[in-house]
Design a protein around this ligand. Sequence first.
Ligand code: PGA
Length: 253
Amino acid sequence: MRNVVAGNWKSNKLLHEAREWMAVMEGWLQNNRGVDVMVAMPAPYLAACATDAPLGLHVLAQNVSAESFGAHTGEFTADMLKSSGVSGAIVGHSERRSRFGDSDSVVAAKVDALMAADLTAVFCCGETLQQRESGRAEDIVLKQLQAGILRIPVDQITQIIVAYEPVWAIGTGVTATSDEAQEMHASIRGWLSEAFGAEVAARIPLLYGGSCNPSNASELFAQKDINGGLIGGASLDPKSFQSVIQGHPALNS
Ligand code: PGA
């Protein structure tokens, strides 16, 4: 099973700050064994930073086009990411689902585009507070997974990382409790097992995201079905991101 901690800067930092962040990470990464470290940067910095990234840091995009080459002004394709040295992209983040029209079918097309280019997809899913309070959290997450990844050929599933991010926990300072997170992760693992078999499902990294920070990371990452995290606010400062990664049991065993 792969352990992964990925940062998501969203629309933050200037290019020189991105470079400074990587410089602080460089020495630290040399002593990190056991956790794959990734960071999803703003699109304008991808080519430059993917080329200069220190060993052990995988650079991701925060988005990708569902289209391939053609007349799609403003879009960037999975092949473009690949040719820039980018490892993959986040797809289905709730901010894109709710504000930029990324429906289940658009997200599915983006997953397919990444798979075709042999890139990693960090597939985000998660329910709103209202959906959780009305007892529909599992139905919502299952529906997102069915549309996005449970349908893909088993030989492509190794390119998928799943991030469970309850919408009510993203950027709010309210984290899911480790029990709440583990419960949903166990369900996700179960659905992945039904679709791809238990052995394959056991190797798919399941990340928790939503106000994960240095003080709650170790408890979350200690849960059986939580293999790491997708970290927004706490990834902006490299020291705080390092503390989050340090909370992973793979680094402390
Ligand atoms: P947060 O964001 O850690 O700032 O809550 C997580 C995410 O949106 O991926």
